[in-house]
Design a protein around this ligand. Structure first.
Ligand SMILES: C[S@@+](CC[C@H](N)C(=O)[O-])C[C@H]1O[C@@H](n2cnc3c(N)ncnc32)[C@H](O)[C@@H]1O
Length: 495
């Protein structure tokens, strides 16, 4: 029995799928030449001004005039509703198409949340003392049929939990998802319906996992350049997952470090950062740890890295998050409210003790958060969580308050107009663009470019074709997390 465990709906490259692939080769026409040194100009803003969120910003859909070059460039890959239309018809229907598409894309969040529910069922230890069922534990649990029995028992415990979630925030959210389907988990009939619903979600997750496996298999026969392009849009039909862990933060720090050592980013000059899709660690597809509160990690980890590398000064740094998930935006807002009342934000950093991590990754894990917070005793994992090491860091309230969440669908929306002083020095988008096709990725790149200042940089682990204003560097960072997991970070410079 295949299980949607490790290697499931994740976006990190496993076993080096991307190794040796140069994105610059992929988009050779657009990326000839070498990296231009990025001179991040000293802003005239005072320290106080430097820490305010974008004041000039209004949210706007991408206008036709900005989308047109993308439409012309990817004519062969336009969505069916746009394909074959004359330029005049495209222009006339653009605003309506964008608004409709925005609704469609936002609806994908629910599917991503449903996938997280399946992860919780398989891996969670907060609602049951039964061991998690992962690909790696199946043999230890007695094989596929024993694992299937265990999953049935876990399902019973999960459905029990839905009826009485008490203080378990993951169960409370799971219950909301189930109730949104018109299911009442308190009634005997509702319990049976909840079981059926979760089983249906699992079947869908397994089918997607199998399709994902087949895609990876077919990609492995392609030449590296075509493989990278196929990999870059792999989740275009998936639900939008909120999955996250601290690993991408290591990748971003490595990329920033390399840029710094090549003189591409100057010390102390990064003031305004946008994190597209910060994510919410609920129960991820690898191990699904849930023995600590739900959390977002990337906004704080990137802040910590920028300060450690001397690229930003804490009192000047504003981190804006862009997400179309209402739940994630609310989570960050609530953290800001608590920070305003003097409360910090505790980030847990679980580390699978069975994974052969690199010494560099382990060193990063050990220091993450030390520049913006202090180590605190972590929540103790239950013995059923298996071999896991944990650190926890309490982020200082002032740093939490400097994170500003904004509801934004980066594929179709941007802050516009944005005064020159409010434009971003750095935008980070990891494991976000891979959920879109090339047309939508290109629209996102145009929107991100619109919000970056000239010379500002986008860092992403999804290589998308460059646009006339977003130049892809021929350098990129290959980041090795462990013997099994690696990633690549590409950077685009706003022209
Ligand atoms: C898989 S998580 C990645 C989280 C984190 N960046 C990481 O690398 O661990 C994807 C995140 O992107 C967000 N997202 C997906 N599509 C988006 C869009 N069009 N605009 C803004 N956020 C988006 C999701 O809601 C989620 O927060």
């Amino acid at each position: 029995m295949a299980l949607p465990g490790g290697g499931g709906p994740g976006t990190r490259a496993r076993r080096g799928h991307w190794s040796g692939v140069n994105a610059a080769t992929l988009f050779a026409a657009g990326v000839a030449g070498t990296v231009v040194a990025l001179s991040l100009p000293v802003s005239s803003a005072s320290t106080r001004e430097g820490t305010r969120p974008p004041q000039s910003a209004a949210k706007a859909f991408i206008p036709y005039i900005d989308a047109r070059p993308v439409i012309d460039a990817v004519r062969q890959a336009l969505p069916a509703e746009l394909a074959g239309r004359t330029p005049a018809a495209l222009e006339r229907g653009w605003a309506e198409w964008v608004a409709r598409r925005d609704t469609t894309l936002r609806a994908r969040v629910t599917r991503g949340d449903e996938d997280s529910l399946v992860n919780l069922w398989h891996f969670g230890t907060s609602f049951t003392t039964l061991p998690p069922v992962t690909e790696r534990t199946v043999a230890r649990l007695g094989g596929a049929s024993a694992a299937a029995d265990l999953l049935e028992q876990r399902l019973t415990h999960l459905v029990d939990g839905l009826a009485a979630p008490a203080g378990n925030e993951r169960l409370r959210f799971a219950r909301q998802i189930v109730e949104r389907r018109g299911i009442d988990p308190l009634s005997p009939a509702g319990r049976a319906q909840a079981r059926g619903y979760l089983q249906e979600l699992r079947r869908r997750a397994l089918a997607e996992y199998e399709e994902h496996r087949r895609t990876l298999e077919s990609i492995s026969h392609l030449d590296p350049v075509t493989a990278l392009a196929a990999y870059a849009t792999m989740f275009r039909d998936r639900g939008l997952s909120s999955d996250t862990s601290f690993l991408p933060a290591f990748a971003i720090e490595q990329a920033l470090d390399q840029m710094k050592s090549h003189g591409l980013v100057a010390p102390g000059r990064v003031r305004r950062v946008a994190i597209v899709g910060p994510g919410l660690d609920f129960a991820d597809k690898d191990e699904g740890y849930d023995f600590y509160p739900e959390q977002t990690i990337q906004p704080f980890a990137v802040m910590d890295s920028l300060i450690r590398l001397g690229l930003a000064r804490p009192e000047e740094l504003v981190v804006v998050t862009f997400d179309l998930s209402e739940r994630i935006n609310r989570h960050i807002d609530a953290a800001r409210d608590r920070a305003a009342a003097g409360g910090g934000y505790v980030v847990h950093l679980p580390l699978d003790g069975g994974e052969p991590w690199t010494p560099e990754l382990l060193a990063f894990w050990q220091r993450l958060g030390e520049r913006i917070g202090m180590a605190v005793p972590p929540a103790a994992p239950p013995s059923s969580a298996g071999d896991v090491r944990t650190r926890a860091v309490r982020i200082a309230p002032a740093r939490v308050a400097s994170v500003v969440p904004i509801d934004l669908n980066v594929v179709l929306e941007r802050l516009d107009p944005l005064a020159p002083g409010d434009r971003f020095d750095l935008v980070v988008a990891t494991s976000v663009l891979v959920y879109y096709d090339v047309f939508e990725q290109e629209l996102a790149l145009v929107n991100i470019g619109r919000m970056l200042r000239t010379g500002g940089v986008l860092l992403t682990n999804t290589p998308v074709p460059p646009t006339s204003t977003m130049r892809l560097s021929d350098r990129y960072a290959t980041v090795v997390y462990s013997e099994r997991q690696r990633d690549q970070v590409f950077w685009y410079e706003r022209q």
